[in-house]
Each structure stands twice: as structure tokens, then as C-alpha cells.
Design a protein around this ligand. Structure first.
Ligand SMILES: C[S@@+](CC[C@H](N)C(=O)[O-])C[C@H]1O[C@@H](n2cnc3c(N)ncnc32)[C@H](O)[C@@H]1O
Length: 491
């Protein structure tokens, strides 16, 4: 990385307070297990007419009234063909997040995101216990990064690790057992087994599922089609490479199609019944920020203004755009149980109105507007789908707010978390927890389908051969590592 970019990164990083305790032992490599202390700078606020209110997160807030009215509002789509990060524009929060993660030229997915692969599968039955597995994983992690650095050094590389990779092939086999059982119960022999996977990472889930079906039920295998929908060109290439690298994997070629496209650009009607996998993809979908007036309880929608110097200024507006407004409406209408609010429970709200406790605005709430739009895509183009989705149900050490994201980068192999999503685009992973209670109801309302939500642990208990991932002392990392993950399935 050249030095102007490096200094820009650090300018951005330390303009927004970095969290303390950056060093992470291999034991806490997990996206879901990071722990650090946060130091938060109180927000500065300035209100003005016409419903626009803005927030600058440092000590000398600059007045941006003039810029706010003169700068155009742009979307991530508008910026797709731009090679430079935008200046003198304003964007809704979800658009900024999408641009920061997915811009083909400077987005996080195009540059630094890599999914860890352990190489050989772990032989859990010969590993002493959980801590020994952590140590082994730490060693493999270092080896993996050393090999990448030998070819392409990158001090800002981001590394994910997912259950698909850590527990391969066993996690893939777990999902395959679920798919084949449900296929045989309801669709066989009248329909083929068609599996779509959105966001397939290294393509490991696809290979593990196809291996399992070929080895356990050749008749079903002959009727299986696996289609990947992948936004990242680099990952789509890698999936193809992994599919064709070994003779064993090559055998699956006629069963696989890799479509390099964002699910949000999907335009093909699929009338056949199909399973639709979405494993750890929702967490990077753009969210909108909404905060509430503590007196009127009316929402205000958040965005960011990027000035001529590339500085970020967060603002809130009383006008809610149609996408966020629809989410709020659908959630209100569809929820079968009370959903959390940054205003607190009704009982607390009355307390808050005690003069000493009065605040002007709530903390922001991050609402999954893109996820709702993904359900629209399923409903419109895949009417006979059955969703199998898994993601984090909670995340520690997120930025302030309800359903707020974790925002972090890595510098020289150390994780550096920050306290706002509005940071140098492309260098930060921005990932959200999923409130499964809320999104189950929204999914039902949008698609009209029935669903089941269960914890990752319950799903694994039900469908895995858990002895495969048991260490010698009886611990089972497949059960214990993803305690903060849940699954949503169409039934
Ligand atoms: C955290 S990785 C998970 C990979 C894999 N599912 C696993 O569990 O190992 C997220 C994946 O989703 C893909 N992705 C993110 N947004 C997408 C979109 N809008 N359309 C298609 N793929 C997307 C990413 O490129 C990446 O492959």
C-alpha cells in the first residue's frame, strides 16, 4: 500500500476514536468473538431548520449547512463506475455502506477481503481440547497469511473465517443432510434438486455439498444443480478455480453454474422449486440509520455528507425515504411480538420524560433495508424458493446504537475497530447482527411463506454428525463456537 493511502487510512482511523485493546490472540480470531474496550466520543449536535440535523464526531464541528443544500445526493449505484472515492456529495447510510463495501474499484470486497481456508480439514477427533484447537487454528492462520503475503503483500488484508471453512467438510455435510432430507420429503421424484447459493466465498460449501450428495445418494446427485450468485469477481474466479483444480472437484463441473452478479441485479424468473442458501451474507447488507425524537417519537433518517476535503459529517433528516419508510411500516404491521426500540420500552419511556433524564434524540437504530429488498428479489424472481439462511444474531463491541454494526479494519495483522461506519471507504469491514425475530416476520410478510428460526447450535444438533467435530476431551467447537448465530428456514 502506498504511503498517501496509508496516511489517509490512519487519518481516518484516528480521527474517529479507535477502540482500545487492539491485539487479539488467535483464540479470538472469530468475527463473532472479538473483544475490546471502546472509548466513545460524545456526539456533537447542531440542529437547523427544514428538518436537517447534523452530527460531527469530533471536537470542532464544522457548519455544513451550505454544503448540505448544494451537494447532490448520490447512491452506491451512481458511484459504481467511479474510480475515486466521492467528495462533495451526500448519501443515505445504506448507500454509503454499500459503496464502501461493494464499489468495484475501491470497495472492501474488491480489494482486501479474503476468506481464510485452513488447507487440510481439521482432524478434531485427534485434537486434545478446545484450547488446542485454538492454537492450531492460530498456526494455520499465520501460515495462510504468510503464503498470501509471499505472492501479494497486503498490510491491510481483511481475513474472514466462517464455519463453512473451519468445519469443512462437516458443516457442508450438515447443510447437505438438511437439503436432501427436505428434497426427498417434498419434491422428489417430481423435481430436480436445485440449490442456489448467494455469496459462496471460496466455493467450499458447494464442493462439500456436492461431494456429500454424490457419495451418499448418486441418484439424487445426478439430478442436482448448484448455482452460485456471487457479487465479487475475485471470489467468483476463486470458486471456479477451486471447482476445477482437482480431479474430484472437476467431476462436479456439469452440476455447477457460477453467476458473477449481485443478487440485487438479479432479473431472471426461476419458476422451479429450489433451495436458496445465504450463509453469512446478510451481515454485510446495507442498513439505514434511524433515530427518534424522544418527545414526539418520530423517526429521522441518517446519512453522511462528504465535504471537499473528504471529511465525513453525519446528518439526520426528518424526511424518511420510501425504502426506510416501507421497512418501518412492514415491521410495524408484521411483527408478532414487540420489537426493541432505541427509545427503550414503553415503561422506560415514561421515566425518560422525567426532566433530569430528558434527551433530545435516541441513539440510532440500524434497520435492515437491503435485507428487506433481498426478500423482494426472492418473492419476485424465486417464488418457489426455500430459504436456508444463517447469520450472527448478536455481535459484541459494535458501534453505538441498536442493531449497530461492528466496524473494523486490519493493519499489519491486527484488528482495529472504530466507532462509526463513516470511515475511509474500502478499508473497513462493516457487519451487522440480524434480529431474527424481526426479519422472520418481515420475510413472512414479503413472501407469504412460513418459516422456522433456530439457533445454529440447535440446527447443528439436529442435522450434524456431531461426533465428527468432537475433540478428545469431548468438547465440540462446532456447537460452541457459533453461539451467537441463528438460522432462518422456509418450511
Ligand atoms: C462472509 S462471506 C461468506 C461466504 C460463505 N457463504 C461462507 O460461509 O464461507 C460473504 C459472501 O457473500 C458475497 N456477497 C455479499 N453481498 C452479495 C450480494 N449482494 N450478492 C451476491 N453475493 C454477495 C461475498 O462476496 C462473499 O462471497
Amino acid at each position: 500500500m502506498d504511503s498517501p493511502i496509508l496516511s489517509q487510512l490512519f487519518r481516518q482511523l484516528f480521527r474517529h476514536p479507535a477502540c482500545q485493546g487492539l491485539r487479539q490472540p488467535p483464540a479470538s480470531l472469530g468475527r463473532q468473538t472479538r473483544s475490546f474496550l471502546t472509548r466513545r466520543t460524545p456526539n456533537k449536535r447542531k440542529s437547523q431548520d427544514n428538518g436537517m440535523l447534523w452530527t460531527k464526531r469530533d471536537d470542532y464541528p464544522k457548519n455544513i449547512d451550505k454544503e448540505y443544500w448544494s451537494y447532490p445526493t448520490v447512491t452506491a449505484k451512481d458511484l459504481r463506475n467511479r474510480r475515486e472515492r466521492p467528495r462533495q456529495v451526500k448519501m443515505l447510510t445504506r448507500e454509503f455502506i454499500d459503496d464502501s463495501l461493494y464499489n468495484p474499484h475501491y470497495g472492501y470486497f474488491s480489494k482486501h477481503a479474503t476468506i481464510f481456508s485452513p488447507g487440510e480439514p481439521f482432524d478434531f477427533n485427534h485434537i486434545e481440547d478446545g484450547p488446542a484447537f485454538h492454537r492450531l487454528l492460530g498456526d494455520r492462520y499465520t501460515q495462510f497469511e504468510d503464503q498470501l503475503d509471499a505472492v501479494n503483500p497486503d498490510i491491510a488484508r481483511q481475513l474472514w473465517h466462517t464455519p463453512t471453512e473451519l468445519f469443512r467438510p462437516y458443516y457442508g455435510e450438515t447443510i447437505a443432510r438438511y437439503l436432501v432430507s427436505n428434497y426427498k420429503l417434498t419434491l422428489y421424484p417430481y423435481h430436480d434438486l436445485i440449490i442456489y447459493e448467494m455469496g459462496a466465498g471460496n466455493g467450499t460449501m458447494m464442493l462439500n455439498i456436492l461431494d456429500f450428495i454424490r457419495d451418499t445418494d448418486y441418484e439424487v446427485y445426478q439430478r442436482t444443480k448448484f448455482k452460485i450468485i456471487e457479487i465479487s469477481p475475485a471470489l467468483a474466479d476463486l470458486q471456479y478455480k477451486n471447482l476445477t483444480e482437482t480431479l474430484d472437484a472437476k467431476g462436479h463441473r456439469d452440476h455447477v453454474e457460477i453467476i458473477n452478479r449481485s443478487i440485487f441485479d438479479w432479473d431472471t424468473y426461476v419458476h422451479s422449486p429450489c433451495f436458496f442458501l445465504a450463509l453469512e451474507v446478510f451481515d454485510n447488507f446495507g442498513h439505514d440509520a434511524v433515530r427518534y425524537d424522544c418527545r414526539s417519537e418520530l423517526p429521522q433518517q441518517g446519512g453522511v455528507l462528504i465535504d471537499a476535503d473528504g471529511e465525513f459529517h453525519e446528518y439526520f433528516n426528518t424526511q424518511i425515504d420510501p425504502v426506510a419508510a416501507r421497512f418501518l411500516r412492514v415491521r410495524q404491521a408484521a411483527s408478532r411480538r414487540p420489537f426493541p426500540s432505541p427509545l427503550g420500552s414503553r415503561a422506560l419511556r415514561s421515566l425518560r420524560f422525567a426532566p433530569s433524564l430528558r434527551k433530545v434524540h435516541s441513539l440510532p437504530e440500524y434497520i435492515p433495508t437491503r435485507l428487506m429488498q433481498f426478500f423482494d428479489v426472492l418473492n419476485q424472481y424465486f417464488p418457489a424458493h426455500r430459504l436456508v439462511a444463517s447469520d450472527f444474531s448478536s455481535l459484541p463491541d459494535a458501534v453505538p446504537g441498536l442493531n449497530a454494526p461492528v466496524v473494523q479494519t486490519r493493519y499489519q495483522r491486527q484488528t482495529v475497530p472504530v466507532t462509526t461506519p463513516f470511515v475511509h471507504q474500502g478499508y473497513f469491514d462493516i457487519f451487522f447482527p440480524t434480529d431474527f425475530n424481526v426479519i422472520e416476520d418481515v420475510y413472512r410478510a414479503v413472501t407469504g411463506k412460513l418459516t422456522q428460526v433456530m439457533t445454529h447450535e440447535d440446527f447443528v444438533h439436529r442435522w450434524a454428525y456431531i461426533e465428527d467435530t468432537e475433540t478428545r476431551n469431548g468438547e465440540n467447537p462446532l456447537l460452541t463456537w457459533y453461539k451467537n448465530a441463528s438460522m432462518l428456514m422456509t418450511v
